[in-house]
Design a protein around this ligand. Structure first.
Ligand code: CO
Length: 182
């Protein structure tokens, strides 16, 4: 239904900048089935191993409009959530906090975000829901929906951060090219 039938979930891994799969475009999720549920399970696994709090489908190389999140930063099932076809409905306030990204290992920079964000999304039961998050959760909402639009923190950081992290970005680019060689 979502082109997932022939995907080897065990082989999925987190793709890194500047992998073009991080740049989209991401497609609408067409129906929720067992393959999609299994994908989200695998995404949680990968996210926990990497000690992240959010992971978007393009970060495992799949162009689908969904992300998983757990602000607990570990496998606490009570705080796990899947966001399918998320839409930012409202945002207010402002914060500037350090942010990282599992697709940009080693990068940590100040990013300006709204402080309160209301999102609507579909859950794994196919129900549309609405959630308002503050601070960390608001940041996850914005960071992960950015991923679905092909945007990375490397695109959003200040000119000063860009200069400070120039070498790291270059190293990631060189590593990607080296790994792409036959
Ligand atoms: Co990220």
């Amino acid at each position: 239904m979502n082109g997932l039938d022939n995907i080897d979930l065990a082989a999925l891994k987190i793709v890194r900048y500047p992998d073009p799969r991080l740049r989209g475009p991401c497609l609408k999720v067409e129906g929720i089935d067992d393959a999609l549920r299994a994908l989200t399970r695998r995404m949680f696994e990968l996210m926990y191993v990497a000690r992240g709090v959010g992971l978007a489908a393009p970060q495992v190389g799949l162009p689908l409009r969904l992300f998983v999140a757990n602000p607990a930063g570990g496998p606490d099932p009570d705080q796990e959530a899947v966001y399918i076809s998320p839409v930012v409905e409202e945002q207010s306030g402002q914060m500037i906090e350090d942010e990282g990204c599992l697709s940009l290992p080693g990068l940590n920079c100040k990013i300006k975000r709204a402080n309160v964000v209301t999102l609507t999304a579909t859950d794994l039961d196919g129900q549309r829901f609405r959630q308002t998050g503050e601070e960390l959760i608001a940041r996850i909402f914005q960071h992960e929906t950015d991923h679905l639009n092909g945007l990375l923190i490397a695109d959003k950081m200040s000119a000063v951060s860009k200069m400070a992290n120039r070498r790291l970005l270059k190293e990631l680019e060189e590593r990607f090219e080296a790994e792409a060689l036959p």
